[in-house]
Design a protein around this ligand. Structure first.
Ligand code: ADP
Ligand code: MG
Length: 362
């Protein structure tokens, strides 16, 4: 169902994204070892990743780094190793002539046996060794293994140098493909540092797939198809009004479709509830930032109200929160761009998601 709120798993529930799927499978078939899937929140990265992985026909493991980080407060190697193996085992289920055995001690992964190759961990599982074994297994069986980190920028908060580990694997383990997705595009780029001579992945090639928002035509078509699927009749004028407000962000279109088509709310109530939920969601998402500095909130507020230049935003922030020096102000502004909350174009600064803009403006 197009209006299902969960990230999509199956091709038939995924609207469009043909090009992106093609590019993904091309990268994998060519044996590329690093793929980046980029785009602001709610553009459908996780959905695309799920479908791409299941269509790939390869053994894969997908790790939701963001939820791992928030559940555990950190991402120790042992946890990552265990999640990696659990995911892989799940993807092999069913078509498993491959005899993968997991040694489980006290619900912690103690080791893994992969068709004859046994990895025993001592106290701390060695992730690089595990990756080496997987690579060896992949080479032997001729099956490339895909390892996907969803919202990978959270790996940088773990205190462990996962960038170095990924760099090592990208350079030395040719039968593994790493896929990193990121809503905080600038943070992800900082983390892997392809352009930073001081970072381990400097100068490496990565396939970058950047998700775009739907066009107006696609957004309308998406809604019409979703409502058709549910047998719900909706006027063309309504479709146009909604597309105008939600502007090509598939996550919001899906939520609207769900509230209107599944919950059967009238247009106005569905929109009210959408903005209500969006508000809670957005406040939660930016709370990590605003807890760090309340000025982030005023910065976003300034832009939501139409201030688009460095100086007009600064003026607003100083009016609300007192004097701030230029360097500090620029740093905050730059961070908001890195986190994907602001976009900087030749026209100045803007909030890329119209729903987020509305929520902050109010
Ligand atoms: P992201 O990972 O970029 O934040 P998600 O994959 O979680 O985005 O998608 C956000 C919402 O939009 C979910 O409700 C999901 O079901 C829906 N969605 C995303 N992409 C598509 C698509 N191509 N077709 C239909 N629904 C989609
Ligand atoms: Mg996601």
């Amino acid at each position: 169902m197009l209006f299902d709120l969960q990230p999509k798993m199956r091709r038939e529930d995924l609207y469009d994204r043909e090009e992106e799927l093609k590019e993904f499978s091309e990268a994998v078939e060519l044996g590329e070892t690093l793929v980046l899937l980029l785009g602001i929140r709610r553009l459908g990265k996780s959905s695309l990743l799920n479908v791409a992985l299941s269509e790939s026909g390869k053994p894969f493991s997908k790790i939701d780094v963001r939820s791992l980080y928030f559940t555990h407060g950190s991402i120790p190697q042992e946890l990552l190793a265990r999640k990696l193996l659990e995911g892989l085992l799940k993807s092999l289920k069913g078509r498993d002539k491959l005899r993968i055995g997991l040694v489980n001690a006290l619900s912690r992964v103690k080791g893994v046996k992969i068709s004859g190759i046994q990895v025993e961990f001592d106290e701390k599982p060695d992730l690089s060794e595990l990756l080496e074994r997987l690579d060896a297994w992949a080479e032997k069986t001729g099956k490339r293994v895909i390892i996907a980190f969803d919202e990978a920028q959270y790996l940088r908060l773990s205190g462990i140098q996962y960038d170095g580990l990924i760099a090592y694997a990208v350079d030395n383990l040719p039968n593994l493909t790493f896929v990193l997705t990121g809503s905080e595009v600038g943070m992800l780029h900082d983390f892997i540092g392809l352009d930073n001579p001081r970072k381990p992945l400097f100068g490496r090639y990565a396939r970058e797939i950047t998700l775009k928002r739907f066009s107006r035509e696609q957004s309308g078509d998406f809604l019409r198809r979703g409502f058709d699927e549910l047998g719900v009749k909706v006027h063309e004028e309504e479709i146009e009004r909604v597309v105008e407000k939600l502007d090509g962000i598939v996550g919001w279109l899906t939520l609207y479709g769900y509230l209107r088509g599944v919950r059967k709310l009238p247009e106005k109530d569905a929109l009210d509830e959408l903005f209500e939920r969006a508000k809670a969601l957005v406040l939660d998402e930016i709370s990590t930032l605003t807890r760090y500095s309340a000025r982030y909130w005023y910065l976003l507020k300034a832009v939501s109200l139409g201030n688009d230049s460095w100086s007009s935003i600064k003026e607003y922030v100083e009016f609300k929160a007192g004097k701030i020096n230029d360097a500090k102000f620029s740093a905050l502004l730059k961070n908001l761009v890195k986190y994907g909350y602001l976009e900087k174009t030749s026209d100045g600064y803007s909030i890329p998601d119209p729903v987020v803009r509305e929520v902050i403006k109010k």
